[in-house]
Design a protein around this ligand. Sequence first.
Ligand code: PMV
Length: 303
Amino acid sequence: MKVTASAPGKLMLMGEHAVVYGAACLVTAVDQRLFVSAEEISGQKNVISAPQVKETRFLEESIAAFRKKCGVKDAVTIETESEFSHNVGLGSSSAVTVATFKALSALFSMSLSRREIFDASYKVVSSIQGVGSGFDVAAATFGGVLYFVKGGKVIDPLNVNRLPLIVGYSGVKADTAALVNRVKHAYKSDRDRIESIFKKISNLVEEGKEVMLAGEHNRLGYLMTKNHSLIRDLDVSTEKLDSMVEVAIGAGAWGAKLSGAGGGDCMIALSPDTKRKGVERAIEEVGGEIIDVEVCAEGVRVE
Ligand code: PMV
């Protein structure tokens, strides 16, 4: 029997970096998905084919952790397919880990709750990446829009059905671990300044949550732009991301910011539908690539 599970990609809406130090963030799952198919095979050795994934370690360690947790000895063959590249920063590592746990639990008829899948996946992802809040694992597991605190201390689904978001890829792959470490060094050498930036980001996230729930997109956009300028103060943005943000706002977006660790990957803009085309064109004119995604996508599921 072959079982396929899929998990969605993610985008950080607000609160990156500060979330690593205990503040809350806002994250959404996106409707581009990563698929994991699992099948039992005879023998001892697992066979993994995952060309779309950055490192097969995420799969190997998920299989090992699943076998240990559920007392399963059989070997499996795993294949992946993805609707997004691991270069764009939509969270392929966390999506593949979460989808692997789901596929294996379905294959061996073990029922794992979403919370169990989150905890097990976060353990695997943290042991490989060494840094990270787990927001990406939460988005892949639970889907939707989440108010999230590091390690899953808080995972609150927010009742948001639509966000008119435009996503622009900078063309550069971000090195999340290096950027998190850069902020860590700044935190060590200039703690008061960095803490005050985190405090401001945290306040924006709290207000962002309320205005998002109230559907006040204009205000949410304003808060996102403020969030971007605080991320710039952390010294993790780039000229390219800054210019994509600037032209998006110039073309009529309510607000815009980079999404994720910085250094590359994507920026997001919140825009009235009437301005969408112009905002997309403006982002493209400065070298960005529009990625078509819907937010608030469903979490991990068996296909
Ligand atoms: O680069 P991304 O998309 O994985 O986002 C990283 C966000 C950080 O807050 C910097 C780290 C984290 O794991 O929360």
